[in-house]
Design a protein around this ligand. Structure first.
Ligand code: SAH
Length: 236
């Protein structure tokens, strides 16, 4: 249902839970978003039942809460619980899309209906993370894809593979060289790393190897550190 100024609305379950968890009360204001445009509505809580929350929609605000660089994270799928955390935190750090890839050493193997259910679950995690951090555009969680297919579909912008190889350039240096930078695709391996074949394929697809320093970061830490480096150094 499209949001409109003046309307009354019973919040969907996730948003209602958010209101309860934050102990908001009638009279408190919240921002409502639909997730696809840089747009949100101010709203005031009118009534609260045990589970339902009714709000009145007030003025529309055109406001972007997006990061300076639109970063897509493609990652060799890590184990399940780590993926949840990764989606949550990558959303907070401004990722515009997250594409899980079935890598040779991915611990989690997903296909068919199970893969679709996980995709929907991760998309819901992204929505909840947006509510929590006040972001009004929800990152897109792509369907789980085979590693090579994912690379073939990688979008525009700078392409970097987070790599432990000796020729990897410090990410900060690569970012500085790529200015002005508006879009980037970050490829990161699963717990067991990318295989030599996968890393070679990534390079063939134009992903240049970048380093995050001399320690081996976990599969869920590496892309988050990279996102922070790319987006927070320019944040105002
Ligand atoms: N056991 C694996 C480590 C994988 S760490 C191995 O030795 O290859 C998971 C992923 O995080 C890696 O595939 C890489 O993409 C990224 N990563 C971890 N630490 C990194 C670092 N210091 N620099 C760049 N990428 C890193």
């Amino acid at each position: 249902m499209p949001l409109a100024t003046g309307g009354c609305l019973v919040l969907p379950e996730g948003a209602a839970r958010h209101v309860q968890v934050h102990r908001l009360q009638p009279g408190d204001h919240i921002a409502l978003f639909q997730g696809e445009s840089d747009s949100e509505f101010d709203a005031v809580i009118e009534q609260m039942g045990r589970q339902s929350v009714q709000v009145r929609v007030l003025e529309h605000r055109a406001v972007s809460r997006e990061a300076a660089v639109a970063v897509t994270v493609m990652l060799g799928m890590p184990a399940n619980d780590r993926m949840d955390d990764l989606v949550e935190k990558a959303t907070e750090l401004g990722a515009v899309a997250i594409a899980p890839l079935q890598a040779e050493r991915s611990v989690l193997r997903l296909s068919g209906e199970r893969a679709e259910r996980r995709q929907a679950h991760w998309q819901a995690v992204a929505v909840a993370a947006c509510s929590q951090c006040g972001r009004n555009r929800v990152p897109h969680i792509a369907a789980v894809s085979a590693f090579a297919d994912g690379l073939a579909r990688a979008g525009a912008g700078a392409r970097w593979v987070l790599s432990l190889a000796p020729d990897a350039v410090p990410l900060a240096e690569a970012v500085a060289q790529a200015q002005p930078l508006s879009q980037a695709v970050l490829l990161s391996g699963p717990e067991g790393g990318l295989s030599a074949t996968e890393e070679a394929l990534a390079r063939q697809h134009g992903f240049s190897p970048v380093s995050l320093g001399p320690r081996v970061l976990r599969a869920d830490t590496a892309p988050l550190a990279a996102l922070a480096l790319i987006n927070l150094s320019a944040a105002t």
